[in-house]
Design a protein around this ligand. Structure first.
Ligand SMILES: *Cc1c(COP(=O)(O)O)cnc(C)c1O
Length: 370
């Protein structure tokens, strides 16, 4: 007889549902015997431009050093980030994706008996990071699909150590303004670390979205997390970062893996940071694609949730799962969000113009079949 190793897992882990990623292109190609080149994947908020040529060149150069461990302190990348973000080097934490930053926070600050507060329809990694360390997830009902910041404040108690807020949020694309953020930060008790997840902030330049960095100096309990996976187009490499006080950065540094960011990722991220042209192009493409999708939805009589990200949730006014399946058969992969409590929506990543057209055409076909 062997032990029941599910029942033996810590209670928070037993209750966890694993993260469900977007369906990989090759998997759909295998299942439906389709040509992978003809499949359109708009499911994981990836940058449709492909990586920056400068990042690719940096990777090629770095290949010669693959036998060596990476710089465990990520000095070059941290220096560039500190300069760009107007902070000290000691305030930067690098992560294996910003996902890693969220987990470092959970490992350092959460434990059984403690809790993290976050919103309904928020990023799926918040409950995973929280429950994985045996802490309680306090989920606050959303308001108009977005974060209800006053209600989140009210949910904070003596055992709360972390609040996760995403601006804009994934999968909803909803956001809050500078005033709402400032009021929230003013009222969060000092024993609570606020993790402001800005995975899509680079897309929001010039909009009314606040820049989390503007609040770092005033609020020592604020950590801003960002990533190279979205607008910088390096999702496969897994590199993100956190900006906080040096004290919080020191705490996170104690629990991270010694070499949590690999050398190719470090080199590519440095090059990507300097490639302003790529970033501008990503933004432009995203804005045009957002308009294209919204025009398409309007034509189909569908509504959507306004989004500041590189994705949009369309409301199908019916259970979305069969439509998702129908789209797969047309070779188009989008993201169902029923597991986020949104059974009637599909989340679509903004693609290249031709990819957006393919998706809209497939959606029209599938909906017409009824
Ligand atoms: C994509 C995403 C992240 C980051 O992903 P990484 O690839 O781990 O950097 C973080 N938060 C949100 C809300 C996201 O959508």
């Amino acid at each position: 007889m062997s032990g029941n190793f599910l029942a033996l897992a810590q209670p928070g882990v037993q209750q966890l549902s694993p993260y469900v990623p977007g369906k990989p292109v090759d998997e759909l190609a295998r299942e439906l015997d389709l040509d992978p080149a003809k499949i359109v994947k708009l499911a994981s908020n990836e940058n449709p431009l492909g990586a920056s040529p400068k990042a690719l060149a940096a990777i090629r150069e770095e290949l010669a050093e693959l036998t060596r461990y990476p710089d465990g302190n990520g000095f070059a990348l941290k220096s560039l980030l500190a300069e760009q973000c107007r902070v000290e080097l000691s305030q930067v934490t690098l992560g294996n994706g910003s996902n890693d930053i969220l987990e470092l926070v959970a490992r350092a600050y959460l434990a059984p008996g403690l809790n993290a507060v976050f919103s309904e329809h928020a990023f799926a990694v918040y409950p995973i990071a929280t429950q994985a360390v045996g802490a309680q997830a306090k989920v606050v009902p959303a308001k108009d699909w977005g974060h209800d910041l006053p209600a989140m404040l009210a949910a904070i108690d003596a055992n709360t150590r972390v609040v996760f807020i995403a601006n804009p949020n994934n999968p909803t694309g909803t956001w809050f303004g500078a005033e709402a953020l400032d009021e929230f930060l003013q009222d969060v008790p000092e024993h609570v670390l606020v993790v402001l997840d800005e995975a899509y902030i680079e897309y929001a330049e010039g909009s009314d979205l606040p820049d989390g960095l503007d609040f770092l100096a005033a609020y020592p309990n604020l950590l801003v997390s960002r990533t190279f996976s979205k607008a910088y187009g390096l999702a496969a490499l897994r590199v993100g970062y956190g900006l906080s006080t040096p004290v919080v950065a020191d705490v996170l540094n104690r629990v991270r893996q010694p070499f949590n960011v690999n050398s190719l990722a470090l080199a590519a991220a440095c090059a990507a940071l300097k490639d302003e042209e790529y970033l501008a192009q990503s933004r432009q493409l995203n804005e045009a694609g957002m308009q294209q999708l919204q025009a398409g939805f309007r034509e189909l009589g569908l509504s959507w949730i306004e989004s500041k990200g590189n994705f949009i949730c369309v409301d199908l006014a019916q259970v979305a799962a069969p439509v998702f399946q129908g789209l797969l058969r047309e070779g188009v992969i989008v993201r169902p969000v029923a597991n986020y409590g949104m059974p009637n929506h599909l989340r679509v990543t903004i693609g290249l113009p031709a990819e957006n057209s393919r998706f809209l055409e497939a959606l029209r076909k599938v909906l017409a079949r009824g």
